[in-house]
Design a protein around this ligand. Sequence first.
Ligand code: NDP
Ligand code: HSE
Length: 435
Amino acid sequence: MGSGLGIGLLGLGTVGGGVASILQNPNERHPLVADLRLIRVAVQDLKRPRSVELPIELFTTDPFKVVNDPTVDVVVELIGGIEPARSLILQAIAKGKSIVTANKAVIARHGQEIADAAAKAGVYVLIEAAVGGGIPIIEPLKQSLGGNRINRVSGIINGTTSYILTRMVNEGAAYESALEDAQNLGYAEANPAADVDGIDAADKIAILAALAFGGSVDRSNIPTTGISHLKGRDMDCASQLGYSVKLLAVAERMKESAEPLPLSLRVQPTLIPNDHPLAGVNGVNNAILVEGDPIGQVMFYGPGAGAGPTASAVVADILNIAGIRQAGKMENRVDPLLAASSWRNCVLVDQSKIRQCHYLRFCTQDTPGVIGRIGGCFGEQGVSIQSIIQLNANKANAEIVVITHEVSQSKMEAATKAIEALPEVINLAAHLGCL
Ligand code: NDP
Ligand code: HSE
């Protein structure tokens, strides 16, 4: 396998296996692929069956042996999680090695520390595979869209939840069995709660926001709701009303310009009108819609998880480093467009200030005038209603579904509190975002 850049692979699971398979089969790929030399591979369990056959002498169960090997030029971290991934990355950087990683969890939380260490050492940390699986989105945000002022980045950026919701809607599959299939297909995280609770999508939107707006955000402060409490009834109501429900991640600027720049970030199940480009994103596919000035809207779409697509992104990053080295440009100075650089501070606005449209489903007694009283509560709090309808009325109770125009979270909370206090209202059965 090649005689050029020495590759040390940390992890030979779903993604690591996909990467090794590309390195083993360079035919008809870019000629630089054939130049990559797989030197060492760290795994946890030497006896586990692998998707690729590699010489046994390459393997170790001590990932630090890979990081400290002087013949390894690039460390490809595909272990996942925070530790030991963070320490391994920092140690590799300290040894003057560039990093390629698909690990959004560590980059979303320790990206600044890692970027600072890389800048000091004059090496690269490339993360194309960390967001959107096989979709090129990191490099476009760093380079191809660099001439734009980005206003908003929104997208479906978790393949597991996209796959689960699609199976539930299209086939009536049960949530648990769709999740199990996503795990068997290699889409889900080691702990799939990261997927279904929206944590993985929040990691990814934090990374996209940092690149789009030029400064890292407080990862711990992103309002996040997953799909595990999403009810089939709301997916049915959404469908009747002409919407699809997706786990949507959004990052938007709240001011044209300010220091620090205020941003609004959120992850939540969201109703998307069926004629919106994101509504047609199904299965394991992801899509990221970038809105900027002067480009307008540009959407990146493709497979968001899985061995092959993710390995495609990892190998692209390795090739970038191989290309730079071949051009003789690795002399402790990094290309500022390829490096992860921040140029300002960003701050998340208080959750109460986040503005969006809302979908609400109330269970109420089926008494005359209830829609009017609910509408009145919204009006008193300055919440403008896009549509309000009564569904499923029977002898005992009714369902009232409301879609609002864009409004702040604080006004919405005041309105829902007043509505829940109405004697005819049994409960607020569901509250989702809406585009
Ligand atoms: P897997 O669980 O399939 O693979 C993890 C690999 O790391 C395994 O080979 C495991 O060894 C090895 N490993 C774990 N801990 C250690 C350790 N302490 N020392 C040495 N080796 C270790 O994960 P994935 O391939 O799915 O994911 C890898 C990374 O890529 C994660 O950060 C994930 O978030 C990210 N990612 C995954 C995608 C996907 O579709 N799966 C898509 C995009 C990003 P062993 O095999 O012996 O257990
Ligand atoms: N678990 C992640 C997902 C892998 O399903 O999107 C890709 O990052």
